[in-house]
Write a protein that binds this ligand. Structure first.
Ligand SMILES: C[S@@+](CC[C@H](N)C(=O)[O-])C[C@H]1O[C@@H](n2cnc3c(N)ncnc32)[C@H](O)[C@@H]1O
Length: 222
């Protein structure tokens, strides 16, 4: 019933220990899949807009899971009751928005498993998580036509740190996995291109982006 590799990879990281909350559910495909597959007994599917919630209703009725998927209108997690929520999925949004949603929900610090899939600026999200006491447990990359997506599993530890540039760019990607390797390669290429541009503009000084790209390439070789 769910063919989207990106959402399937998110589902893979859901613990199923309690209620899962899919923030920005839109069509509720993930929410419906989580109950239909037996991974979760109950899912909260929330969205800030009425249109997506209408489309979510159509999906959960189609799959006969209206009794196990609660639809809630909420800006981020602002109107979600934290009771028994074990997993929070925030997928398909920009990194800055994901960070602001997490920042406003202090209860996420109580052992909630976070599954995050930024559409943009994954390095920004990784850095923010590390600097704000969230530890990245693992990551996986998904390729959809020519786009790569990072799916990040994290939880709060309270230990704040500033990650190095390599971690910012490839996080905890498992480099023994082909798609994660491709993801890392792509990040190195992007950094190299950006670095070369900056190098040309700055008149030839050494450049941090190029150094990071070289370090990622070395990791891939080793
Ligand atoms: C691109 S869709 C992603 C849908 C689904 N999560 C996925 O990954 O396929 C983004 C959804 O997030 C919702 N959204 C945007 N900002 C939000 C916020 N602050 N709180 C809750 N939902 C939000 C939008 O209304 C939209 O339905």
């Amino acid at each position: 019933m769910l063919s989207d590799q990106r959402l399937l990879a998110c589902a893979e990281y859901v613990s199923g220990r309690g209620i899962a909350c899919d923030v920005g559910t839109d069509h509720a495909y993930l929410a419906a899949y989580l109950v239909k597959s037996g991974k979760c007994g109950l899912v909260i599917a929330s969205d800030v807009k009425d249109g997506p919630l209408l489309s979510a209703r159509t999906t959960i009725e189609k799959y006969g899971v209206s009794d196990r998927v609660m639809l809630i209108k909420s800006n981020g997690l602002d109107d979600i009751a934290p009771d028994n929520v074990s997993d929070v999925i925030i997928a398909g949004m920009g990194a800055e928005l994901i960070c602001s949603i997490i920042e406003r929900a202090d209860w996420l610090k109580n052992g909630v498993n976070l599954i995050l899939q930024p559409m943009t600026r994954a390095p920004f999200l990784r850095k923010w998580l590390c600097q704000n006491g969230y530890e990245i447990d693992s990551e996986t990359a998904v390729k959809d036509s020519r786009f790569f997506y990072a799916i990040i599993k994290a939880h709060y530890t309270g230990i704040c740190r500033t990650p190095d540039a390599v971690f910012e760019n490839i996080g905890k990607m498992d480099l023994s996995d082909d798609i994660s390797r491709e993801y890392a390669k792509k990040q190195a290429q992007r950094l190299l291109k950006a670095g070369k541009g900056m190098l040309a503009a700055s008149g030839g000084q050494t450049n941090a982006a190029i150094e990071t790209a070289e370090k990622i390439k070395k990791l891939l070789e080793g």
